[in-house]
Design a protein around this ligand. Sequence first.
Ligand code: H79
Length: 414
Amino acid sequence: MYDTKQQWFKDAKYGLFIHWGLYSVLAGEYQGKRTDRIAEWIMNHLNIPVEEYEKLAKQFNPVDFDADAIVKKAKSWGMKYIVFTAKHHEGFAMWDSRCSDYNVVKATPYGRDIVKQLREACDKYDMKLGFYYSQAQDWHDPDGYMYTKDNSQKNYRAYLERICFPQLRELLTGYGEVALIWFDTPMGTTAEESREMVELVKSIQPNCIVSGRIGNGLGEYMTTGDNFIPRLPFEGDWEVPATLNDTWGYNKYDNNWKSPDEIIHLLVKINSRGGNYLLNIGPKATGEVPQESIQILDTVGEYVNSNEEAIFGTKRVGIYAYELDWGMLTRKDYRIYVHVFKPRIRIELLNIGNKIKRAYLVPDGRELKFETGITCEGCSMIEVEIPDDYHDRKNYSVCLETEEAEPVFEPIVS
Ligand code: H79
């Protein structure tokens, strides 16, 4: 079973992913050609030569970047951690790396360390900060791998020693307490090499979590496929990395935004099955966060904040016999939370055998009337009355305090 041994990660449930790099300058289009794939892969997908792609650095001048504002927003959205792309597959470092001048301080007119600014803002708002680091793919370095291309002439060992290990060391020694390293695409990394990376991380910061994609089964938590949700409750620590539209890096042509309701349902579904939801924003090259992302997350944030006790610190719910067409369940010890996504006059739950001590409306703590009994078919039944002023509302939760620590789910009878 995956165990990070970090209580903050188990309780977090909701985090912010930030994908930002030189690909943001292209915003999904290069020399009139659009990519219909994830925008941070544009160099690979449209076969842009290294000497052309690296010129993008000269156009990277994000005068509208405001680390403080972004972290403050993440805090207001109810998120508990931030993961920032310190270096994505393109190979460009978003901090003042000493290993390579291909970085935001030395290669751009902007000349300021992004990681440092995020660190300072996260300290100010008491936000956990972790770094995405592409450990094998580096499309800029002659010895870094590139998926879908011929890597037979690459000297990966040389790359590890020249770039990967020393850059990890920089991130772990120069930027305070690192919550986690979000490794991605281990392609070609041997078990021994993955182990070396883990040991390097732990030797510098023992509490820094290593993500699932370190490869070779060495991750401390399970990372699902991008935007994939386990069908069933999954034991241990895990996380779903996910997008608000269909790209991670900014793509000016991608308007396929999920609605706030969809995001709320996804968050609760993931939490209900025991996982964390790491939800992405892709700032523009100017540093501006797309307005659409902000609007969606503001709305989701209202739900998260007014129902936070039904989200943070919740535990995996076992298999309840039914899927509800109006809601979902989360839980803590002695508490079952019923998330209500559609207007209801009362909520009815069958085949839950707990003794209910009390029911209350999570957003304002109001005591709710409830009845328990047995249906004509012989099933346990709980009915909770929703107050008049909530009859037309959607998106709130109800807490059922139970005599037993865990939900008592009964099989369907008749
Ligand atoms: O950082 C984000 C992605 O860039 C990264 N993981 C998330 C968190 C990621 N790495 N690999 N992949 C996602 C999947 C790669 C898919 C591919 Fe393709 C299919 C690579 C080649 C074929 C799509 C099409 C991208 C380029 C061409």
